[in-house]
Design a protein around this ligand. Sequence first.
Ligand code: MF3
Ligand code: CO
Ligand code: CO
Length: 317
Amino acid sequence: MAKRKRQGSPRAVIDVPPSDPPVRPGLLSPPRPVPRHIERPPYARTGDPGPSVSSLVRTPEELAAMRRAGRLAAEVLIVAGENLRVGMTTDEIDRIVHEATIERGGYPSPLGYRGYPKSVCTSVNEVICHGIPDSRPLADGDIVNIDVTLYIDGVHGDTSATFMLGDVDEHSQRLVAETRNALELGIAAVRPGAPVNVIGRAIESHARRHGLGVVREFIGHGIGTEFHSRLQIPHYHDRRATTRLEEGMTFTIEPMLTLGRPDVAMWDDEWTAVTLDGRRTAQFEHTLVVTPEGAEKLTVTADGTCAHELFTEPVRR
Ligand code: MF3
Ligand code: CO
Ligand code: CO
C-alpha cells in the first residue's frame, strides 16, 4: 500500500478574514440574587465542585430528574432566543436566563461554579466558549452562543445554541449550519458498546469535509448529579478515548468548530476562550442519555423541539 503523507492539524481551506471589530471585555453588572427557596448545587457555597465521584450510569430516578432538568434548560434557551435583539447587551441575556431559570424552580448552574460570576455563558463571534455576559451590545451581523445549564432535583441539564443576528456574512452562516450538523452526526454515532471516540471521529470528519477546524481544548463531559463528571467526550478523533458507551450513561456533546485554525487563546479573566487567529467559531450542545438503540436528547421541550431547530435563520429584530 502506498504510504500516505502524515496529515498535519486541519487548516482552513478558504481564507476567511478575522472577525472585525474584535470582541473586547465590557463591564460586569452586580451579582444577581437567587431566592432562598431554590435548591443550590453543592459547589454554590465555595465555588469548588471537588473531585468527580459519581457513577457514569444514571439510576432510573436520576434519569427521570434529568429529563425534567433537560426539558427546563431547553425551554430557557428558547426564551433567550425569543428575546434576542440587535443592540441588547449580553448582560441582558444573563438577566433573562437567570429569571427564566428561577421561574421554573431551577438554579443557574454556572453561577458560582469555580467562581464564575454570571448565570449563563454568552460567546460572541471569535469567542469559543465561556464568554461572561457584560455591557457589550450585540451588533448587526454578530453570532452568539448562549449556553444554558439548569440545576433542579439534584441534577443538571446543559444545552447551547449559536444564534445569528441580522445581516450575517455567508461564511458565518455556513459555520453555524455545519456546526449544528456536526453535533447531529456526533449524536447519531452513539450506540451502546462503541468506544466514545466514534463521536469525535464523526464530528471531525464532517468538519474536515467543510474546511472547518475542531477545537480540542474543550470537550463534552459526563453530567448528572455533577455539572462535569469524569467521562470525557472529545470532539476530534482520539485513539485513546476507548471507554465503552453503556446504556444509561449521560453526557454532553458540544462541538466548537472554527472558520480558521482551532487554536485557543485566553483572556485575562481566565474564562473567556477565543480563537488565536480571531476568526469566528460556533458551538451547539445537547445533554444525552445512551439508549439500547443509540442516544436520546434530554435537552428538548415536552414536544421534542429545541432552539437548534427553531432558530436556523438570522434573528431580524
Ligand atoms: N455550560 C458549559 C459546558 O457546556 C460550562 C460552563 S462552566 C461556567 O460545559 F462556569 F463557565 F459556567
Ligand atoms: Co457542557
Ligand atoms: Co454548556
